[in-house]
Design a protein around this ligand. Sequence first.
Ligand SMILES: Cc1ncc(COP(=O)(O)O)c(C=O)c1O
Length: 323
Amino acid sequence: MALERLCNKPCAGRFSDLVAAIGNTPLVELPTLSPKEGVRIWAKLEGTNPTGSVKDRVARALIEDAEERGALARGQRIIEPTSGNTGIALAMICARKGYELTVVMPENVTAERRQLLQMYGAKVIFSEGAKGSNGAVEKALELAAQDSSWYMPYQYGNKANPAAHYNGTAVEILEALEEVSAFVAGLGTGGTLMGCGRRLKEAFGEAVKIVAAEPMPGEPVQGLRSLDEGFIPPIIDLSLLDRKIFVRNADAIRFTRRLLEREGLFAGPSSGAVARVAVRIAEELDEGNVVFLVADGGWKYLSSGIYTRPLEELSDIDATVWW
Ligand SMILES: Cc1ncc(COP(=O)(O)O)c(C=O)c1O
């Protein structure tokens, strides 16, 4: 088989500091996932960002946007509700820039997440675990309303969130591929789908389908939300989504394992859910490129056992501790 020469940026440049090194993530073809010859599946590997997730892009955009608007003065306190990745990314960036950060998150997130936040120097306030990420949003809004010395970036309603993808993630995809038939991502705040969706539609019009992977209601996948559960983040414009496809928790785990076993890709469980949907969309196409977003690596989820335990045992994993 002839080896195809791919556009490669081996060390992705030279940067003045870690915050400047965010983005420029690899786009990697996953041939074993492709259901037919003419359809190619590509993964955008966001786990290679400095704190290990796509949210580095968003956290940088949220802080820099607030600084530019004069909404944030040096030394001010920042508070944000997050189930993990945004908090971790904000914690690194706030520590670099000299802001004190408090993160509100559900009490039942994995130990790795708490440790990462503490490592980067953030303070953590816990919200009721059973209320998931909606409970964290509620509590953070309440606290911010009581004390004006707190600035809340609020990624769910802040245009800087989709803008990070419109000006970053999507541009990188367009630099790497001349055609995209479908873009698939998970839906948390909706920032990835809105920002990438808008830019890819501008480039390819209706020829590109923007597809959301949603957890089945009542079957949480960490990092993702179902729009049917009541809260639609204000940054979401539903008309940009061509489709949303539900994924069962068990399928998300199965595909997370498939990525690891067949492609060597150690991704978090939301990427398993997204990969499941990418393959479904690829099956419906005759040719073209399907791009899906790998929001983070598997490191923070190791303690859940999803990478090592026999698949048939995994049905007894308590899904509620994943938020
Ligand atoms: C692991 C993981 N996957 C996917 C997403 C969804 O991304 P977005 O918030 O851009 O919709 C998030 C964000 O919350 C996440 O943490």
